[in-house]
Design a protein around this ligand. Structure first.
Ligand SMILES: NC(=O)c1ccc[n+]([C@@H]2O[C@H](COP(=O)([O-])OP(=O)(O)OC[C@H]3O[C@@H](n4cnc5c(N)ncnc54)[C@H](OP(=O)(O)O)[C@@H]3O)[C@@H](O)[C@H]2O)c1
Length: 250
């Protein structure tokens, strides 16, 4: 019997690449997102092992219905990849949009948490399963304009660790994957709203690719059942750390 995985945000970027890699590894993958046409074109590439599922992670009813369908069709999940997420804007906190902040919190925190809440009891009951959350280096290292986006990913990191504390004594695994700068996805277009500004983010940088992230996810998922990968932080070689800044009065 092939293992069953739910990948959220499968219609683009990391989620599509993770779905491809998992199917190639023999998993049956349910790919969830809001854009059905994108999921259907992934299905035409991946075939019978891929099941498109329309799900808006910010909508409790949509998550509950989708997960109930999975339970009925597949009798539970072996792997949840909590990947759906977004950043909106790069304005400093004092100028940022509250609407953008609410949407990031609704998607990256509440959406991810809701999926954990729905899926975890079944995994604990079956005493097996793996939740892989997609965090970000933005959850570890502050940068100007990262404000609420980085804070949502810090939540993902701490939730992942706290889940492990609660799951002590079970065989359920939890991993947080924290990529740095990654190109070739819709992330910067969604964040900045225009192609030119989005392209400029990666100019000359040789960023990570969605396949690099999918590699990390599939590696963590395919370790022996006794091994829990707590976190993986990956960056392109071209990205490093900024120093602390000191503002000096003239
Ligand atoms: N790219 C990077 O540099 C980077 C670095 C670190 C971490 N990350 C994180 O990695 C994850 C994926 O990023 P990406 O680069 O692959 O971005 P992307 O290409 O924009 O893909 C985001 C995916 O999330 C889905 N999504 C967004 N809102 C949703 C909602 N309410 N319900 C269901 N699905 C939703 C989108 O599908 P629909 O629009 O069809 O719903 C899309 O499939 C995110 O959590 C992001 O924060 C990205």
């Amino acid at each position: 019997m092939s293992k069953i995985a739910l990948v959220t945000g499968a219609s683009a970027g990391f989620g599509a690449a993770i779905s491809q890699r998992l199917v190639a590894d023999g998993y049956t993958v349910i790919g969830a997102a809001r854009r059905l046409d994108r999921l259907q074109s992934l299905k035409s590439e991946l075939g019978d092992a891929f099941f498109p599922l329309v799900m808006d992670v910010t909508d409790a009813a949509s998550v509950d219905q989708g997960c109930a369908w999975i339970e009925q069709q597949f009798q539970g999940l072996d792997l949840l990849v909590n990947n759906a997420g977004l950043a909106l804007g790069v304005a400093p906190a004092q100028e940022a949009s509250m609407v953008d902040w609410e949407r990031m919190i609704a998607t990256n925190i509440l959406g991810l948490t809701r999926l954990v809440h729905v899926v975890l009891p079944g995994m604990v009951k079956r005493n097996q399963g793996h939740i892989i959350n997609i965090g970000s280096t933005a959850g570890d290292y502050p940068y100007p304009g990262g404000n609420v986006y980085g804070a949502t990913k810090a939540f993902v990191r701490q939730l992942s660790l706290n889940l492990r504390a609660d799951l002590f004594g079970t065989r359920v695994r939890v991993t947080n994957i924290e990529p740095g700068l990654c190109g070739g996805t819709e992330f910067s277009l969604v964040r900045l709203g225009d192609d030119q500004r989005a392209a400029a983010v990666y100019d000359g940088a040789d960023p990570l690719t969605a396949d690099d992230v999918a590699d990390a996810v599939v590696w963590a998922a395919t370790r022996p059942a006794r091994v829990n990968i707590n976190s993986i932080e990956l960056m392109p070689v071209s990205q490093s750390f900024a120093g602390l800044k000191i503002h000096r009065e003239p």
